[in-house]
Design a protein around this ligand. Structure first.
Ligand code: IPD
Ligand code: CA
Ligand code: CA
Length: 263
């Protein structure tokens, strides 16, 4: 089955990249650069992306690749497209924090990922999903939480660290969310946060100024576990380089959209 072949190849690529990143964490040759304000890249990001693409291309030579570091490829005779974030959580990675992931998604239609793999090599947790085949963490099938009362919810809100011009508006929104919910968290990897909602560990997520590579794999996993994800601004649909995101266990989606949009 086509979708299963893509899932297996993505899991293999994520495992290879994860093993590579564990070695790189303590490597004295690791280089760190600031791409833009508060936005970092290391020598391991590009190398991890190349390793993933090299693995996938062996099996799917006609498909297109869109990686955070290498950008979007136009060539390819097939409709299939891979979306790759070679390290989601680069700051965690080079600061020695465990919350970083390899994130790989595959789709046939834009912004409708059919396969998603998110691997956290430090914690040895591999989240994966394929449309119709369920969402899993290892052998454990994932399902979103059943929390529908915002007052009981544990949500992720991520301040716009690369866009300080939007911070005041953001903190006003965050204040409304904070007072209405149980507590807030932020783990530093969008792919991991979406996977945690899929696993029922968290109930909702709000972040702006993401790229599609940050969310594509987590989106496939979350949707397959029964969750929902939508553009934070209903007149700004997801695009490759701009995604403002509200995601949840589904039960909190309407409340989150109303609370975040009506300010
Ligand atoms: C970042 C992570 C983080 C989010 C940032 C992203 P990167 O990705 O997903 O959680 O808050 O906005 O840029 O740069 O580590 O791949
Ligand atoms: Ca990312
Ligand atoms: Ca990245």
């Amino acid at each position: 089955m086509e979708i299963e072949e893509h899932l297996i190849a993505a899991i293999e690529a994520a495992n290879k990249a994860g093993a590579f990143l564990l070695e790189q964490e303590s490597s004295s040759s690791l280089e760190i650069k600031e791409k833009h304000d508060n936005d970092y890249v290391t020598s391991a990001d590009g190398a991890s992306e190349r390793l993933i693409i090299e693995h996938l291309r062996k099996f799917f030579p006609d498909e297109r690749f869109f990686g955070e570091e290498g950008g979007a490829e136009e060539r390819g005779g097939s409709a299939g497209r891979w979306i790759i974030d070679p390290i989601d959580g680069t700051t965690n990675f080079f600061r020695g924090l465990p919350n970083y992931t390899v994130s790989i998604a595959w789709e046939l239609e834009p912004f409708k990922p059919l396969v998603g793999v998110v691997y956290n090599p430090r914690q040895k947790e591999l989240f994966h999903a394929a449309q119709g085949l369920g969402a899993w963490c290892g052998e454990h099938r994932l399902a979103v939480s059943s929390i529908s009362d915002p007052g009981k919810a544990l949500l992720v809100c991520v301040p716009p660290h690369r866009r300080h011009d939007s911070a005041r508006e953001y903190f006003a929104t965050m204040e409304r969310i904070f007072f209405a919910t149980s507590d807030l968290r932020s783990f530093g990897s969008a792919a991991l946060e979406l996977s945690y909602i899929a696993a029922g560990r968290l109930d909702g997520y709000y972040e702006r100024f993401l790229g599609y590579y940050d969310i594509a794999a987590g989106m496939a996993i979350l949707q397959e576990a029964g969750g929902t994800i939508a553009p934070a601004n209903d007149s700004l649909p997801f695009s490759d380089m701009e995604c403002d995101v509200i995601a949840s266990n589904g039960l909190l989606q309407t409340w989150m959209e109303r609370t975040i949009r009506n300010h």
